[in-house]
Design a protein around this ligand. Structure first.
Ligand SMILES: [Zn+2]
Length: 158
């Protein structure tokens, strides 16, 4: 059984530097990274992220929580952004009310609303298409395209 190590909370923008890139990644351990308060990911941040990933110890597993949509976008389009032995365990899905303009981020969890491809089942995506607006009680529609941003689920993950 692998040891679950520390939980790191990353806040603000990830660019040329970020506390994320100084996290001391141990071998044979699961590291939990909470991106709930991350804001911007710049293009240099993406480049640094990929080199940070490539220097990861071989048996270090990374689990990401509360990911903003930008992380899903990169995971689905950029090779090496979230390589083998990493996984997105939860993310924040944006919803928008057409009636009053209210916005909301809904917590979406692996195993509930989505799952990676497994040896026995294809990837699963079951996000609510709409939710009740907390301000005007009309319906809020999902404000991104799950089928496009969740392509990364095609690669099986532990
Ligand atoms: Zn509304």
């Amino acid at each position: 059984m692998e040891r679950i190590g520390e939980v790191y909370h990353i806040e603000g923008s990830v660019g040329e530097s970020s506390p994320l890139f100084t996290v001391d990644l141990p071998n044979d351990e699961i590291v939990l990274i909470d991106l709930g308060k991350m804001t911007i990911l710049s293009s240099i941040g993406i480049k640094n992220w990929i080199s940070w990933m490539s220097m990861r110890p071989e048996n270090c597993r990374l689990k990401f929580y509360n990911c903003p949509i930008v992380i899903l976008d990169q995971a689905s389009t950029v090779l090496g952004f979230l390589p083998r032995a990493t996984s997105i365990e939860s993310f924040k899905a944006p919803y928008l009310c057409d009636n009053c303009g209210a916005e909301r981020l809904l917590d979406i969890k692996r195993g509930a609303e989505y799952e990676y491809t497994t040896t026995t089942a294809p990837m699963k995506i079951e996000l609510p298409k709409s939710i009740l607006c907390h301000k005007c009680r009309n319906s809020m529609e999902i404000d991104f395209i799950p089928e496009r941003y969740l392509i990364f689920l095609k690669e099986p993950r532990i």
